[in-house]
Design a protein around this ligand. Sequence first.
Ligand code: FAD
Length: 317
Amino acid sequence: MKVTDHLKNAKGKTLFSFELIPPVKGRNIQELYNNIDPLMEFDPPFIDVTTSREEYVYIDKEGLLDKKVTRMRPGTVGICASIKHKYKVDTVPHILCGGFTKEETEYVLVDCHYLGIDNVMALRGDAMREEKYFQPTKGGHAYAVDLVRQIQNLNQGKYLHEDIETDHSAQFCIGVAGYPEKHLEAPSLKSDLKRLKEKVDAGADYVVTQMFFDNQKFFEFVDAARDIGINIPIIPGIKPMAVKRHLQLLPQVFRIDLPQDLIDAVDACENNKAVRQVGVEWAIKQSQELKEAGVPVLHYYSMGKSDNIRAIAKEVF
Ligand code: FAD
């Protein structure tokens, strides 16, 4: 079922959902299930599974280093299918521009369609770890809006190299990313919102936001989006702070501001166990306020460990 249909059926009730990262290559998928199990009592209508960018690895060949590209956390679509099968819940694979040609994207979408996956998140993808800026893949898309257009075309039976008349074309519901504090590369919040509007006009059905720690930023973002005619659901993304290093890392990587009260509380922690508790308490407060404001879903970034998400959900749902 489509994410947007879940929202309609909820009739204004705030739903719970979360995002998972595929395990590192070679690890057991049971580890992932062990983190999903404790969250199922909160009845997520859908679960997102991220796609990681490729990385360069250097293989020692008799003293010479051979540079190869590899994806350390493959398996997004397979994991989505297995979660759907095991838990009878909808899944949302993240589809990236980066690292995929348009043809490869088409094949991934065809796989999703055959597997009964009705939703996809259309994203540009981060820059590769070794790159300062995002470099489009040869034969791939440069921006998420182009990916949204490709998915919408497929929904109408328009494949890359042929139009196919069929009663069985996919009808993907498309999520896209939004940034309450603007995307790090955008020259201004206003121009970033115009880019978001382009994704909506191209056929996006809902928005999930980047993490934020000050709800006011989210409320202002939603108001500004509505002002320029973005009328699709906007789902807040919540990440509980978990380690002290997040104080530097999150602003540096995502260009987001942290409220002073949160910084002071984390600074005062003696160890990361205490930071994790502060993160949970902050996320509970954030979630309760957002729920009271009537957000459609509270979507949590789980980063592979679900104990803190469970502690938050127990208080909020
Ligand atoms: P875009 O919408 O393409 O925007 C990228 C930048 O380009 C913005 O600054 C925008 O203003 C600008 N822009 C857009 N269109 C144009 C245009 N036509 N001309 C000029 N400028 C333009 N990353 C992963 O690698 N894997 C994931 O699974 C993943 N999941 C995510 C889930 C969520 C909810 C969010 C918020 C982010 C996620 N990301 C993920 C990170 C995301 O890939 C990065 O933030 C990326 O840098 C931008 O992706 P986007 O889809 O927002 O890009």
